[in-house]
Design a protein around this ligand. Structure first.
Ligand code: NOJ
Ligand code: CA
Length: 549
């Protein structure tokens, strides 16, 4: 409910009210029957996305790529992977999205290129080339070459010898991904040129991939004394001059004390993923105890008024639990990843949400209800709206990147190609197969997860206090119950979640608020008188959203 029309208030900050849906074009819908998702297919599914109620799409990298890191290894930042379509197809998709009022943000993986990128090819061949200094080199093998690998167990080192260059090059990630030299102004100019190009085509911003590594100066000669956060400011200034309403959403899994550097003091990122809350949310789910989640919400620093937290449950990577203690991580592993092959990189889980929560629809709803009521912007991952599963027979994180399940038709309606020629296989057996879990069936079922998701998204949009207000944790007398309020301009939305499967009757302290009536935002018939000490009954994994009138 909006009451203000004051142009001085930051009402225009659209990303604060966004419901973001993240997808990989390659695995969403194949439009030409070659087994690979493409822009033509995605365009056909825009009505579905519009109907779901989301208003922003985040596309994973779709640039030309050898595809050894799900497209995060780019060979041309100005192109479209020919397997996914043409530049023309991209523009058609973008236009169709805009016609439906959907904004599009795209991944910007510029910490590194693919080693097949012409810049690197030129750089390794010719030390005198202007591209040589686009990358980070060392004549000798640095002593700490094995320290700081991001994919332990798969990646061995961060410096690899290149026979053509006869030097070692730095790569924070896989060895086919040489890091760009961010201290080189020419590299930063390239990054801005890339942003300028896609902004001109009409995107609403970028997910800045691996932001802390992008601005890392490790191994770069002559970078001493530079403030790498200034680079973020430079990018932001450029972005905002080119398109005032475009945003930067940084993938920055950093400690709370580093967060300030990403948001201010001069404008930098608009949004950061809240990895801290994500990890503690899973701990709270595993322990069925609100304490860790409350702790992480308290640890989350206050941010400037035009900045925003992005919340999520799962994403396209492993569920990274690296910010937790060994004991905490073990508790989550035991609850959600009991087998070794469900875990990854000594710190994470390579499963989808639904199998982690054993397909329990009440619990899945509760987890998403939490996502939609945490103060910030919610990001949904494709397929989670219907409770898709994973395929642990696939390598590393590919387990959670299977084809979208549209119907019980062959390949789940993802593609007409023979199943063995799919780029991203569809799950065709077990409780999460496309015969059991698909959009078509859930569309027709008013009690499905998908139908609930649509209602919850509508309710989330009708309660902008969640995305814009201040958080208050409310006292309750049950450790499994999290009660919190989001308050904006004297208006409040109260959310109460039971993290446990035992039903519970508990008291929630609303004495800090004033009101006459509580109106349930998800259930029609529920209106009750406001009470400073509210007593609620919650079933297994039950939840309530009340607007205080
Ligand atoms: C971060 C992305 O989220 C991940 O999928 C990728 O592997 C790394 N960047 C390296 O490219
Ligand atoms: Ca295709």
């Amino acid at each position: 409910m909006r009451t203000e029309t004051d142009l001085r208030s930051p009402r225009h900050l659209w990303y604060k009210d966004a419901i973001v849906y993240c997808l990989d074009v390659e695995s969403f819908q194949d439009g030409n029957g070659d087994g690979i998702g493409d822009f033509h297919g995605l365009l056909q599914r825009l009505d579905y996305l519009d109907g779901l109620g989301i208003n922003t799409l985040w596309l994973l990298p779709f640039f030309p790529t050898p595809n050894r890191d799900n497209g995060y290894d780019v060979t041309d930042y100005y192109g479209v992977d020919p397997r996914l379509g043409t530049a023309g197809d991209f523009v058609e998709f973008l236009t169709a999205a805009r016609e439906r009022g959907l904004r599009v943000i795209i991944d910007l993986p510029v910490n590194h290129t693919s080693d097949q990128h012409p810049w690197f090819q030129e750089a390794r061949r010719d030390e005198a080339s202007r591209y040589h200094d686009y990358f980070v080199w060392s004549d000798t093998r640095p002593e700490d070459a094995e320290e700081g690998v991001v994919f332990p167990g798969v990646q061995e080192e961060v410096w690899t010898y290149d026979r053509t260059a006869k030097k070692y090059f730095f790569h924070r990630f896989y060895k086919h991904q040489p890091d760009l030299n961010i201290a080189n102004p020419a590299v930063r100019a390239e990054i801005m040129r890339i942003m300028g190009y896609w902004l001109e085509l009409g995107v609403s911003g970028f997910r800045l991939d691996a932001a802390p590594f992008l601005i890392e100066l490790k191994g770069i000669d002559g970078a001493d004394g530079q403030d790498p956060y200034e680079y973020l400011q430079e990018f932001r200034a450029f972005l905002s001059w080119r398109r005032g309403d475009a945003i930067l959403l940084a993938e920055a899994n950093v400690a709370p004390e580093r967060v300030d550097e990403y948001f201010g003091p001069r404008p930098k990122m608009h949004m950061l993923f809240n990895f801290l809350v994500n990890q503690h949310l899973f701990l709270a789910l595993a322990r069925k105890d609100r304490t860790p989640l409350v702790k992480s919400l308290h640890m989350t620093p206050a941010i400037p008024g035009d900045c925003q937290w992005a919340h999520f449950l799962r994403n396209h990577d492993e569920l990274d639990l690296g910010r937790l203690t060994e004991v905490q991580r073990t508790a989550i592993f035991q609850a959600f990843a009991p087998n070794e092959n469900m875990r990854l990189y000594d710190r994470g889980i390579r499963r989808r949400l639904a199998p982690m929560l054993e397909g329990d629809v009440d619990r899945l709803r509760m987890a998403h209800s939490l996502l939609f009521t945490l103060p910030g912007t919610a990001i949904l991952r494709y397929g989670d709206e219907i409770g898709m599963g994973d395929d642990l027979s696939l390598d590393e994180r590919n387990a959670v990147r299977t084809a979208m399940q549209w119907s019980d038709a062959p390949n789940g309606g993802f593609s007409d190609a023979p199943p063995d020629s799919l780029q991203r296989p569809a799950i065709d057996s077990g409780p999460y197969s496309y015969e059991e879990v698909n959009v078509e069936a859930q569309t027709r079922d008013a009690d499905s997860l998908l139908a609930w998701m649509e209602r919850a998204i509508r309710a989330r949009k009708e309660n902008p206090e969640i995305g814009r207000g201040d958080l208050e944790i409310l006292e309750t007398n049950s450790p499994s119950v999290l009660a919190h309020a989001c308050i904006l301009d004297g208006r409040a939305v109260v959310a109460i979640h039971n993290l446990a499967e035992e039903e519970v009757t508990c008291r929630v302290d609303l004495s800090g608020m004033q009101g006459e009536e509580l109106v349930n935002q998800l259930e029609v018939a529920d209106r009750r008188a406001f009470e400073a000490e509210l007593e609620v009954e919650l079933p297994a994994y039950g939840f309530l959203w009340y607007r205080v009138h």
